[in-house]
Design a protein around this ligand. Sequence first.
Ligand code: 4AD
Ligand code: MG
Length: 481
Amino acid sequence: MRHTKVKDLLNSVSTLQEVNAKGWVRTFRNNQFIALNDGSTINNIQCVVDFENTSDELLKRITTGAAVSVTGALVESKGAGQKYEIQVSTLEILGDSDPEKFPMQPKKHSLEFLRENAHLRVRTNAFGAIMRVRSVLSFAVHSYFQEKGFVYVNTPIITGSDAEGAGEMFKVTALPFDKTPRTEDGKVNYKEDFFGKETNLTVSGQLEGETFAMALGQIYTFGPTFRAENSNTSRHLAEFWMIEPEVAFNDLEDNMDLAEDFIQYVIKYALEKCSEDLKFLEGRLLEEEKSKPQAERSEMALLEKLDFVLKNNFKRVSYTEAIDILRDCTPNKKKKFNYIINEWGADLQSEHERYLVEKHFKCPVILFDYPANIKAFYMRLNDNTEPGKETVRAMDILFPGIGEIVGGSQREERFEVLVKKMKALGIDQEELWWYLDTRKFGSAVHSGFGLGFERLVLFVTGMTNIRDVIPFPRTPGSAEF
Ligand code: 4AD
Ligand code: MG
């Protein structure tokens, strides 16, 4: 007999004479009630064991974490909290789980402990819910762009250029470390390496993505990206997933509209498809925040917060306006910020971004038109800016509790302006010959952005550490599993 998913059993339209379920025991109470979970839903199905007619030896093997197969009638449950339960007639242990050794006991574990057991934490309610929401969100990403006719592009993971400047890179090499070939002047001779040149893991698929946008019109990437920065924060991973749409003929306004519409779509999608998981995660967050002082607790519960983002436009604010607000705000005047904002041109730190979003505007914010010299080389220089106060058509989207969730821009489409900028920054034109070709042959206005997928999952699940929304996090000093 084929087993039926727990989710389908719980949603059954009627009682059934005989069903089979397979899953893992969450708890076993009174030698009688198994709470069985198979990952298809946050909810367990209660399986009632006829303990009087079951051997002690078998009963002892029904332990938390054990894999079991139960067969019996699906009957209406007398207990509270569930419509149906299984009246077990046959129970088979598929895989034992030693209760002395299984780490995921039915009690509250710290998130740190769970991270150390990332291969088993997914058997808990919270991590099951998070990973299901993550999966649904990634489907929503594809669904949004595919519905709009974007072409999905797989940009390379191993890149031969490091000109994006988005962050420190991991080198990719097949050279032996003990006998590294050297050039005459003592440098590593990459000509003898696998690719005949220096290569890295990609920090972004944008530059390759732009070449495709300049042929296919609207494209998006969705893949892993890597940054070797030593940022040990709750918002940074060394390996994370990024979504990068790029659209020909879009200017910065269009880019902002696209980003806002996209984010609202995927959140709405998750709210519709993951209501039970999100309700559970809302409860988890409330519980977690009980231990925090009132001032640090969220003003809104999780579902209310998600709904708020759907119902309200993101506030669009220029960098210059933001600096004026920050210069005059209380934490700046009282020197509460680690970095005091004195003048125009300062790079914004996450403390400033969070002040703007959480305290000042109290909604998602799109900051745009940043000083040219704190942003990447490929961003479109604004016309009519004062010398020394040049700005670029950049935008960052800032979210409450997260900070920067999106970074993007209108791209510099003018060949001469782009080359001048690259020269000024010492970026090798020969290395990026193919990128410059897009500006030589049929160049046009185009724009795009990158959304950090884990930061989106953080926001939607109400988790607070990015290590808890990716299956096996890679961070400085940590690459277990
Ligand atoms: O702002 P970033 O560096 O922008 C780019 O890479 C551009 N090439 C994107 C584009 O225009 N196509 O990164 C984009 C987003 C950030 O806003 C953030 O959400 C996320 O990627 N991100 C990270 N997420 C987790 N860990 C890290 N170390 C991250 N670095 C960036
Ligand atoms: Mg950025």
